[in-house]
Design a protein around this ligand. Structure first.
Ligand code: ADP
Ligand code: ZN
Ligand code: ZN
Length: 725
């Protein structure tokens, strides 16, 4: 019996593939990559097992072409975790491995060298910085390099558009380009004396270094969570170990990166999906070699090899961005916990608004809760006031109370933020003569009016249409925008406050990210009046000490949603946005406009805070047996023909094992039955016991691809879906 290799290939099929070992080149170990013939071409796969018994006659097996790694690229822990992940998320095993490996390492090429180009100050550069002889981007780059050399990935994260400045300064001899090994940098900032609560949190986690234990660090924005992370990472570094810190979005990385660098005195690897592939592969390899000690990254960084792991941290653990919504639908927070267990290290989940999942894990005794209740920098928590919109005369959706508060704030020379979670000018364009409104032909949902671009845009499928001047149904010219988006609020506020800068921050405007970072830096450093208008993007990251008013222009969509997670999301969003007010010495104020001032969730949130509101939400979930007290798997299908969707879901439903004991909802149309011209349907499977759910669905999931109707639809399985759309 020849030794057979079992190989994971990057294809969306629920199987591993058997090959005979390559004819030459020595033994192959699990975790190594091999080049194999596949279909009419070749593919790079990861060897999952060696010396296994073939599932088909060995006469039929093809031979692997060549071994790509002398030593396993993926260590035993990552291999074990990936096998677990593929099984848990009912994904194609090959896709799990493909997610773990940076793209550049999925090619049949030798590994790139570990070194990374890096930039540092020359002596002349340091003098230029001290003398302040450079301005703008050049000055910013000199300042960034003051603490020590930086690699491209770090610069990308903290100073977008730095390359032009680097070229200029290189030519002027003010910076030097070198090759980085694990460089030590100067620590330019010392830690503040930790508060009692912070010390307790640090001591609790530090007491468990060297063994698995999950912690939930519950503290509002500004309560000092990052200081706790820093103190713990310092301890891990002293032991010569590695720390992995996950953040939900790359937009949050620059401030955190700066703080890590200024304090820790070691190079920080940054891993995120916007990184050039070569850089990402090198960062991954430096982590694998143990050279990289601190790794800061977004979702996919959860797959970074950590041969000397000491600690895993997940910041803003409630954030939905940790869930991958396509392909291999893993959740990076949950995977971080699983990895910590496999690595035998503590994992710290931090949030000011913990997810109900994590709170339930605390309740069940699986996670230990740590609390930070005070805000060290701020004088006192912001005051919150509800503005009843029903009796008010609104100006583009803004009440007199809200406008007066903005006026007072800017008159004091402070900054105000007006929050509305909707991009564009108005969510509906309506004909006053006949009632026609502009709908997306591919989704049958209203198109959003974008006035600046003179376009109607579908926020579900990105369909664009020219703005009509007359009603297509009746020819009337009375087309009226209905409702408000950030663009309209920006226009209304700019008209009302002509002397005050009004800055809009949403997905559209932040494409010009450099310019924005610059403007925001200005607002951070100087006490000058300004009005910010933005979507939830604004809720995150930016720490503006002169921002004293947060005015929430509307939350009613969230209150009326049917999604069982809407309440949790709304509560998190409100608390996060409100947390922007009064972060420094000046007291903050929060205004909340609503047509439903008596809504129980709002009332409870305001009167008793997030923790109490979250407990009520949890009690409701328990009562109606919803996650986290039940577990869900969603089978989605879409096709251009509704009949194809129905046929597939019916076959899938019929293929469920007999007496599976699961709750089955559907087959039914998806909450958005038509999207981008495709008919959509779903089948929701639920159980109160996760083991039962997986036991029943494992063989079923493997069968789905072979159903006769499967070829006519696009389908996917989502374990623990967070979005039922
Ligand atoms: P979070 O991560 O919870 O938002 P941070 O760690 O960023 O909180 O702390 C908020 C602000 O308070 C920061 O400016 C930080 O430097 C400061 N800070 C945190 N802890 C302390 C402390 N113990 N003493 C003084 N300042 C602190
Ligand atoms: Zn009309
Ligand atoms: Zn659409």
């Amino acid at each position: 019996m020849p030794a057979v290799l079992r190989v994971a290939l990057p294809v969306p099929l629920p199987t591993l593939f058997d090959y005979l070992p390559p004819a030459t080149g020595g033994a192959v170990q699990p975790g190594s990559r091999v080049l194999v013939p596949f279909g009419r071409g070749q593919a790079v796969g990861v060897v999952v097992a060696t010396g296994v018994e073939a599932t088909v006659g060995t006469g039929k097996l093809k031979r692997a072409l060549r071994r790509l790694d002398d030593e396993p690229l993926l260590d035993a822990e990552l291999m074990q975790t990936l096998a677990w992940a593929a099984d848990y998320w009912l994904g194609a095993p090959g896709e799990a491995y493909a997610n773990a490996l940076p793209l550049a390492l999925r090619e049949a090429k030798p590994l790139p060298p570990l070194g990374e180009a890096c930039w540092s100050l020359s002596t002349a550069g340091r003098s230029a910085l001290d003398a302040g002889s450079r301005r703008g981007a050049s000055h910013a780059l000199l300042a960034e390099l003051a603490a020590g050399p930086l690699g491209a990935a770090e610069l990308d994260a903290c100073l977008p558009g730095w390359r032009a400045a680097a070229r200029r300064l290189l030519a002027a001899g003010l910076v030097e380009r070198g090759e980085r090994t694990a460089s030590h940098t100067v620590t330019t900032r010392t830690a503040p004396a930790l508060s009692g609560e912070q010390q307790q949190a640090v001591a609790a986690v530090a007491g468990d270094l060297g063994r698995y234990q999950p912690f939930l660090l519950d503290g509002v924005t500004g309560s000092g969570k990052t200081e706790v992370y820093l103190a713990l990472i310092e301890r891990v570094l002293v032991q010569g170990r590695q720390a992995l810190l996950l953040v939900p979005e790359i937009g949050l990385a620059p401030q955190t990166l700066r703080r890590l660098r200024e304090r820790l005195g070691v190079a920080v690897e940054v891993i995120h999906s916007n990184l050039a592939e070569g850089e990402r592969a090198r960062a991954w390899l430096r982590a694998r070699s143990g050279e990289a000690k601190v790794i800061l990254g977004t979702r996919s960084a959860v797959f970074t090899p950590l041969p000397q792991a000491g600690l895993v941290i997940v910041d803003e653990e409630h954030d939905g961005a940790y869930k991958q919504q396509e392909g291999f639908r893993y959740h990076a927070r949950d995977l971080a916990v699983v990895r910590a267990r496999a690595l035998g290290v503590p994992v710290l989940l931090g949030s000011g608004t913990p997810s109900l999942e994590s709170l339930a894990n605390v309740e069940a005794g699986r996670y230990r809760a740590l609390h930070l209740r005070a805000r060290p920098g701020a004088v006192r928590p912001p005051t919150v006031q509800i503005v009843d919109m029903r009796a008010q005369r609104l100006d583009h959706g803004l009440s007199p109370t809200l406008l007066a508060a903005v006026a007072e704030t800017v008159a004091r020379g402070e900054q105000a933020l007006v929050f509305k979670n909707r991009r564009g000018y108005a969510p509906v364009l309506l004909c006053h003569a006949c009632g026609w409104h502009a709908d997306c032909p591919r989704c049958e949902r209203p198109l959003t009016l974008h006035a600046g671009r003179r376009m109607l845009v579908c926020h579900h499928c990105d369909h664009h249409a020219r703005l009509p001047t007359t009603c297509p149904a009746c020819g009337a010219t009375e087309l009226k925008p209905l409702g408000q988006g950030t663009e309209r609020l920006e226009e209304a506020l700019a008209a009302r406050f002509p002397d005050i800068p009004v800055l809009r921050i949403d997905r559209e405007t932040t494409r010009r990210r450099d310019a924005f970072e610059h403007l925001l830096d200005g607002l951070r450093d100087e006490a000058k009046p300004a009005i910010l208008v933005g979507t939830q993007m604004l809720a995150k990251g930016h720490d503006l000490p002169h921002l004293t008013l947060v005015a929430i222009a509307g939350v009613d969509e969230g209150l009326l949603s049917l999604d069982f997670r809407a309440g949790e999301r709304l509560a998190q969003q409100l608390v996060q946005v409100a947390g922007r007010a009064g972060r420094a010495a000046k007291p903050g104020r929060v205004l909340l406009q609503t047509h439903h001032p008596d809504h129980p969730l709002l009332r409870q949130l305001l009167a008793q805070g997030y923790a109490t509101a979250a407990q009520s939400l949890l009690a409701e979930r328990r009562q109606s047996l919803l996650p986290p007290y039940a577990h869900q798997v969603l089978l989605r299908a879409e096709a251009t023909q509704r009949a194809a969707v129905d046929a597939f879901l019916a076959e899938a439903c019929a293929a469920l094992p007999p007496e599976h004991g699961l709750q089955v909802a559907g087959p039914m149309p998806a909450p958005m039955p038509l999207r981008a011209g495709r008919q959509r349907g779903q089948l929701l499977l639920e159980a109160t016991n996760r083991r039962d759910l997986h036991a029943a669905l494992r063989p079923w999931a493997a069968q789905l691809a072979r159903l006769p109707a499967a070829r006519k639809v696009r389908w996917s399985l989502d374990v623990d879906p967070i979005d039922l759309y």
